[in-house]
Design a protein around this ligand. Structure first.
Ligand code: PEP
Ligand code: MN
Length: 337
């Protein structure tokens, strides 16, 4: 339920209303709309209390939110959310690019990669420290050592760092080193992890599960936001289809659908979605053309030395060219890089 308050509402009356919301067992989420104060009353069965809320003088209107996700819906917030990460804005008129290796291997490779993507104009450095691998025998990531390397690479380049957190027990340490916590496709319905991350202050990039509908994905985002962390960035990374020529199938349809249904920004990760180096740049451009707020891609200076996903790592020279093309496409759709 969205309660829109009259513009001259006084603090003591707002306090009385929020006390009533809590007394009924709901959580009030206060947000400042373009002109009015809005209170989201979130919980189960809140629509039954429409008349109770309307009986408060300061309530101008009480409108039920029809969708199962509430706080992340456009119904709750009309304006696009812009997530500010160390001064870099995600979701505004500038498209953002996150780039770096799939997993952090050596310090030398990471630093070379960080310098290369920064020179080409990337805004964020990505790199896996804790890796979700299909096989238990595959490289699992260098863990905290990798987080430390990423923090050093940030110092070197000033690029904020994005890295994955796989488990509730890792949230604290990853949040200490990273600027954005990534929730991977395989964990996008790990509800305990989502709740834990929701209590953390760091922005979160939530990937779409490879077999999740858009509605399920938005319900996962709702888990994070309902715990108090509003800084969620969505990332389409491909879904499982019958087509074996590429690793997954990027659902470009999701971009306009997401823009319609939610105020949260959306990035696209063509590296995991496509999985074949040469096919990645065209899909990155298509994502920007379709209205994505940015892309995330894997880059490695020596892909044969990569400990994961070497086949889909762009060489720095390919990344340079992709960035030039992204600039042109961004301008063509009224944005900048
Ligand atoms: C990644 O970005 O490193 C990753 C593992 O991606 P996904 O969760 O989309 O497979
Ligand atoms: Mn990868």
């Amino acid at each position: 339920m969205i309660l829109t308050l009259k513009s001259d509402s006084k603090k003591q009356d707002i306090d009385k209303l929020t006390a009533k919301i809590k007394e009924l067992g709901f959580t009030p989420h206060i947000s400042r709309g373009a002109v009015r104060l809005i209170i989201g009353v979130i919980g189960e069965g809140e629509h039954k209390y429409k008349e109770v809320f309307e009986s408060f003088d300061i309530v101008e209107s009480a409108t039920p939110i029809v969708k199962p996700y509430k706080l992340v819906s456009r119904e709750f917030k009309k304006e696009d959310s812009i997530i500010d990460v160390n001064g870099v804005k995600i979701g505004g008129p500038r498209v953002v690019v996150m780039a770096g290796p799939c997993s952090v291997d050596t310090k030398e490779n990471l630093f070379a990669c960080a310098r290369a993507v920064q020179r080409a104009g990337a805004h964020f450095l990505r790199g896996g420290a804790f890796k979700p691998r299909t096989s238990p025998y595959s490289f699992q990531g260098h863990g905290v050592t990798a987080l430390k390397y990423l923090a050093e690479a940030r110092k070197l380049t000033s690029l904020p760092v994005v890295t994955e957190v796989m488990d509730t027990r890792q949230v604290e340490v990853v949040a200490r080193y990273a600027d954005i916590l990534q929730v991977g496709a395989r964990n996008s319905q790990n509800f305990d992890l989502l709740k834990e991350i929701g209590q953390c202050k760091k922005p979160v990039m939530l990937k779409r599960g490879m077999a999740n509908t858009i509605e399920e994905w938005l319900m996962s985002a709702e888990y994070i936001v309902s715990k108090g962390n509003r800084n969620v960035i969505l990332c389409e990374r491909g879904i499982r289809t019958f087509e074996p020529s590429t690793r997954f199938t990027i659902d470009l349809n999701a971009i306009p659908v997401i823009k319609h249904l939610t105020h949260l920004p959306i990035l696209v990760d063509p590296s995991h979605g496509v999985g074949v180096r040469d096919y990645i740049p065209p899909i990155a451009l298509a994502a920007i053309a379709a209205g994505a707020d940015g892309v995330m891609v894997e880059v490695h200076p020596k892909p044969t030395e990569a400990l994961s996903d070497g086949m889909q790592a762009l060489l720095p020279v390919m990344f340079d060219k992709m960035m030039e093309d992204i600039r042109k496409v961004a301008e063509a759709v009224g944005k900048t890089l």
